[in-house]
Design a protein. Structure first.
Length: 127
């Protein structure tokens, strides 16, 4: 099953390749992250919060930068891989440059998790 999902994802990514290699401004990246959050809701993927973080927010992106999006949901307490694949699949409905990162609420609030800590410190909540 995972190979089939991965193959479908690659095929869809190849269709979106013209988007890759284009610089986008932080405002546009934020809008894309908001559209992604909306698409998650449309696909019944419940979440507590969605953040954009990384180079797009810090103004350090280049034409090859992805759009890092953190999705905080208790769906990640169990079936992490299954829900991670859902995030990746849904992103293709919005923009293939989105790189989704899933966190349970507990993991996101944990100061010992350096990635979650950095997102809380420098990320921008979009939903």
């Amino acid at each position: 099953m995972h190979q089939r999902i991965r193959r479908q994802t690659i095929e869809r990514d190849e269709k979106n390749l013209p988007r890759l290699g284009k610089i986008i401004c932080p405002k546009k990246a934020k809008l894309i992250a908001k559209q992604y959050a909306k698409k998650l809701k449309e696909n019944n993927f419940s979440f507590f919060a969605v953040y954009i973080f990384g180079s797009q927010i810090k103004g350090k992106s280049d034409k090859w930068s992805d759009i890092d999006v953190a999705v905080v949901s208790d769906k990640f307490r169990r079936n992490y891989d299954k829900n991670r694949f859902k995030l990746w699949d849904i992103r293709l409905e919005v923009d293939s440059r989105i790189e989704p990162h899933g966190f349970s609420v507990k993991d996101f609030k944990d100061d010992a998790n350096p990635v979650a800590y950095e997102i809380r410190k420098t990320g921008v909540k979009v939903a």
